[in-house]
Design a protein around this ligand. Structure first.
Ligand code: NAD
Length: 487
């Protein structure tokens, strides 16, 4: 590369990754170079090599510094070793740089076949990437009962909802669908639904709607071509986007991008595929399409189009395909497939409908920690979770005695969400984990710190409490849900 080309090159941190990572990264680099993409690759390490080197996060400081400086990364798959190392290095990278939006396009490619061929699927899943149960806050609350905290914030919902509409705008899309489980998880999943509906009012040029996530999965199999952009919380988005990649030919073809204000990371959806690693068998299309998204992020639309057309022509010709998409035809290796794409650079496919792309306008939301401010708030009681192998009746009667003469009274006990005291469900096969709801005797009074501490001291003398939640009201609205069967 000449000095002037180096000076104008886009600097990208390249993490080749584990397993098949180096093979897909090498093929992608070769194709981008042949297409004339002006990229300076800053090669960095993460994943297995880092874990083996004793870095518990799987991400060395040099890699963090490189992404920090370049703000753009292209990443191969990272293995999460079983037996050593800690958290997933992938999740660490996304969280370190607050890459809160995971964008997973799912578009039918030519000559791939499968039950959905010819339907014209062209949708994008936008997955919130840093909240939800992926916060990984888990506890064994009793020897036999595990808890995972599902944390969803109004700020996170607003960012991901706005990002979905901004993405729709940048790609000329028409419809944004919010998919949640708000019918069951009214506070957490419900927060995405209500926030999305508020944000949608500012983007009235788009059709916006809501669908329950299980119905979304059903509809995606029945009529996938009707979807445009789907936005959802982290876990639902994770599952739905693997489903959608299956609709169009599998993991070997599915690209993605992780977007945040500080950095953007492009990666294939697939993992390190240890079963085929080092055998020149892996399909590099997923990482190649991720790099095409990266070129568009840089505004290099012509080079991106050139590569996408060459890929389409190669798939249409069908004479040099990797094993996962060869469908009985003689398969070629990763390197040969990449050479074929390079040979087709400059050719155009009439199967590829060119879209208008404009750079995505990253949403601006307040960085305040107390993002939602309320004028009026008070606590009306508390849920105290206790571990006990005793039956609810015994626990309930004891707790009623324990709080006699205090400001609070026992309202009910639930076991895994269903009321079991004072009125029990018809069938009971409970566990040693009781949620005991205490409310103020005098409803007109708010619970004070002293009331709560007195309650815990009283309960703690006879029972092992494991968890406490206040029962807040914000502007008169309850900030908690009722148990099944609670009046
Ligand atoms: P995987 O995606 O690696 O493989 C699943 C199956 O799909 C395998 O049979 C594999 O051969 C095949 N496959 C995947 N990509 C392919 C491609 N491009 N071409 C042809 N065939 C392909 O999933 P896994 O086996 O569950 O995970 C292996 C490792 O990867 C695990 O350590 C996991 O934690 C990690 N992983 C990493 C990421 C990431 O870095 N973003 C994502 C998923 C899994």
């Amino acid at each position: 590369m000449s000095d002037s080309a180096t000076a104008t090159a886009h600097k990208v941190t390249l993490i080749a990754g584990d397993g098949v990572g180096p093979e897909v990264a090498s093929a992608t680099k070769d194709i981008l170079a042949a297409a004339g993409a002006n990229i300076h690759w800053d090669e960095a390490v993460a994943g297995k090599q880092a874990f083996e080197g004793g870095i518990a996060s799987g991400v060395p400081q040099d890699t963090i510094d490189s992404i920090d400086a370049n703000r753009v990364a292209l990443k191969g798959p990272l293995e999460t070793p079983v037996g050593f190392g800690g958290k997933s290095a992938n999740v660490t990278l996304r969280k370190l740089f607050e890459m809160y939006g995971n964008i997973r396009p799912c578009k039918e490619l030519p000559n791939i076949g499968g039950p959905f061929a010819g339907r014209g699927i062209d949708l994008i899943v936008v997955r919130e990437n840093v909240e939800d149960v992926y916060a990984g806050i888990e506890h064994m609350q009793s020897p036999g009962v595990a808890q995972c905290l599902k944390l969803i914030s109004r700020k996170g919902c607003e960012k991901i909802s706005r990002l979905s509409f901004e993405l729709a705008r940048s790609l000329g899309r028409k419809r944004v669908t919010c998919a949640t489980k708000a019918n069951i998880m009214k506070k957490t999943e419900g927060l995405l639904k209500s926030t999305f509906e508020d944000v949608a009012k500012e983007f009235s040029e788009f059709t916006s709607d809501h669908i329950i996530i299980d119905n979304a999965c059903h509809q995606l199999v029945i009529r996938p071509e009707t979807f445009d952009i789907i936005v959802s919380t982290n876990m639902n988005g994770d599952i739905v986007s693997d489903l959608t990649s299956g609709l169009v030919g599998g993991l070997g073809l599915a690209p993605s991008m992780n977007l945040g204000d500080q950095a953007v990371m492009f990666e294939a959806v697939h993992g390190s595929a240890p079963d085929i690693a080092g055998q020149d068998k892996v399909n590099p299309t997923a990482l190649l399409l991720s790099s095409v998204m990266m070129l568009r992020h840089f505004g290099e639309f012509e080079t991106a189009d050139k590569i996408e057309h060459a890929l389409y022509v190669t798939l249409e010709e069908g004479k040099a395909l990797t094993g996962d998409i060869a469908r009985g035809r003689p398969a070629v290796g990763t390197k040969r497939f990449a050479e074929e794409i390079i040979a087709n650079l400059g050719k155009r496919s009439d199967k590829l409908v060119d879209r208008d792309y404009t750079p995505i306008n990253m949403p601006k939301v307040s960085s305040d920690l107390d993002f939602v401010k309320v004028n009026d708030r008070r606590d009306v009681g508390a849920d105290v979770f206790i571990e006990s192998g005793k039956m609810p009746d015994e626990v309930g009667k004891s707790l009623e005695q324990i709080v006699e003469g205090s400001k609070l009274k026992l309202k009910m006990i639930s076991n895994r969400g269903t009321q079991v005291y004072p009125v029990a469900a018809a069938a009971f096969d409970g566990v040693d984990h009781h949620r005991c709801r205490f409310v103020m005797n005098d409803k007109s009074q708010a619970m004070t710190e002293a009331d709560l501490l007195d309650l815990l001291q009283r309960v703690g003398q006879s029972w092992r409490w494991i968890h406490v939640e206040r029962l807040p009201e914000y502007n008169g609205e309850p900030g908690y849900t009722k148990a099944q069967g609670e009046d």
